[in-house]
Design a protein around this ligand. Sequence first.
Ligand SMILES: Nc1ccn([C@@H]2O[C@H](COP(=O)(O)OP(=O)(O)OP(=O)(O)O)[C@@H](O)[C@H]2O)c(=O)n1
Ligand SMILES: C[C@](O)(CO)[C@H](O)COP(=O)(O)O
Length: 238
Amino acid sequence: MVIPAAGRGVRLGPGAPKALRALNGTPMLVHAVRAMAASRAVSLVVVVAPADGVPEVKHLLDAHALPERTDYRVVAGGDTRQESVRLGLDAVPGDVDVVLVHDAARPLVPVETVDAVVEAVRDGAVAVVPAMPVTDTVKEVEPAGGPGGPEPVVATPVRARLRAVQTPQGFDRATLVDAHATIALAGEGATDDAGMVERLGAPVVVVPGHEEAFKVTRPLDLVLAEAVLARRRANDGF
Ligand SMILES: Nc1ccn([C@@H]2O[C@H](COP(=O)(O)OP(=O)(O)OP(=O)(O)O)[C@@H](O)[C@H]2O)c(=O)n1
Ligand SMILES: C[C@](O)(CO)[C@H](O)COP(=O)(O)O
């Protein structure tokens, strides 16, 4: 599996690259690696590190206890998530049939969600996405040129048909490799891998996601993540 962890975390504010920032004293990336390696289906984790941070990330993984039945590799990432995932995929051995892609920025995904995605791919789906129903009403707008300007509403999609997409996303390896080989790197890149598979015309299915698989994007998400960890510790204590 591939964990893209090369982002800067601009929306989180100034500091170290997001994946290296601490949650309860442990780097977010280590939480994410442990979350994925908790699944018995995961035998290899390829971490995609910031291009200038490969030795640091290798050291970090060596310094933390991780399941021993899993292999870990670290490769350098690119300027966009799309590029980083492609570089990670290049490091996955050719005999691996099922590939998961999981954001380091979703450190608290439960193992049940990982296993549900793997099972759906093993059952024959070529691309599987965990997702949650949307709780806000969503408007499509004509984006304003600058910040804060009024934005004309173009449409209000039917909320019951919308899903907020999470990771890990699971793929038949050949399909994901094909998507990354076919869809050119441009601008900010594709925001998720399943979207690239859709663009190939291949079917993508959604399975239930989990509220604890949220993405740490803005400062308030750090508060939520630490609260989830505190709740887990309290539950483990009883
Ligand atoms: N060039 C990039 C950009 C993103 N990512 C990874 O993709 C995941 C999802 O990206 P996001 O949460 O948007 O992270 P950032 O790009 O770091 O966030 P921001 O846009 O706020 O800078 C993260 O695990 C991030 O490390 C990556 O590997 N390489
Ligand atoms: C892949 C993803 O986590 C699915 O929700 C998301 O699209 C990543 O987007 P970002 O722009 O990198 O935050």
